[in-house]
Write a protein that binds this ligand. Structure first.
Ligand code: 1GP
Length: 253
């Protein structure tokens, strides 16, 4: 029997019926506790639909938990852990992206860490969101640490294979990641090719720095845009607002 999607997945499915979404990624290491809560509050006021917590390597469960609690207290949208390992499993969040790094050469990032973490996730009652995570060149730090065979930017057929495999394995989302701080987002033709074959929602992140990039990715069929660096570097300024405006425009269309 397939388990019914949890509360956060049900919320996202409902929201996705009305159009694309935006998630704000906050690194609890760089913005702990109240600082993260403040960023989250502003982002949600501007229209962001969920807060992802993660980004740095080596974050402790205590630090992740404290920040998740502060953010949860501040915003009415889901607070979702974007994990980097077992230390990221904090029950204070609403859910955790249960993500397999599909094109990693490290078996622990494909499945073994998951096997170690799954019993704790179950015991804590944390909602696990099954997700296939695919690194596209340049991949930046996550590509290096994750020892990914990054999908070349001109090889959409490779991304299509991985994305379809993720769907056939029962994953509920596919995330195309160019890497945090990437000089350019995932290429439009690659997003179009994956969207063309996939039935599940497509998340795209890495290197989205303004309205035009957001518009191009939305037109290519991205269902959820993730941004992190822009708020770290520019706060909730014009660039961030322009991205949210494009998402809103697609929802209103
Ligand atoms: C990183 O996709 C996210 O995992 C966000 O990337 O920091 O470049 O916005 P940026």
């Amino acid at each position: 029997m397939t388990p019914a999607p949890g509360r956060v997945q049900a919320y996202l499915e409902e929201q996705l019926r009305a159009g694309p979404l935006h998630f704000t990624l906050i690194d609890p290491d760089k913005s702990p506790g109240e600082k993260a809560a403040q960023v989250a509050r502003g982002a949600v006021e501007l229209g962001s639909h969920a807060i992802l917590l993660g980004g740095s390597t080596g974050i402790s469960r205590g630090a992740m938990g404290a920040t998740a609690a502060a953010v949860k207290n501040a915003v009415p949208v889901p607070v979702i852990i974007f994990p980097e390992g077992e230390g990221s499993v904090a029950p204070e969040a609403d859910a955790i992206l249960f993500m397999s790094l599909l094109n990693s050469r490290r078996l622990d990032l494909v499945i073994r860490t998951h096997a170690r973490a799954a019993p704790a996730i179950r015991a804590l009652g944390l909602e696990a969101i099954p997700l296939g995570y695919l690194i596209v060149a340049p991949g930046m730090r996550v590509g290096e640490v994750g020892e990914a065979d990054a999908v070349p930017r001109d090889a959409p057929e490779q991304a299509v294979g991985y994305a379809l495999a993720a769907e056939y394995l029962g994953m509920r989302y596919v995330y195309l990641e160019a890497g945090s701080g990437a000089p350019a987002p995932v290429p439009v033709p690659l997003v179009e090719a994956v969207r063309g074959v996939l039935s599940i929602p497509l998340i795209v992140g890495g290197g989205i720095r303004g309205g035009p990039e957001a518009r191009a990715l939305l037109d290519a069929g991205a269902n959820i845009l993730v941004t992190g660096t822009i708020t770290e570097e520019e706060g909730l300024g014009d660039g961030f607002r322009a991205i949210l405006a494009e998402v809103r425009q697609s929802r209103d269309a």
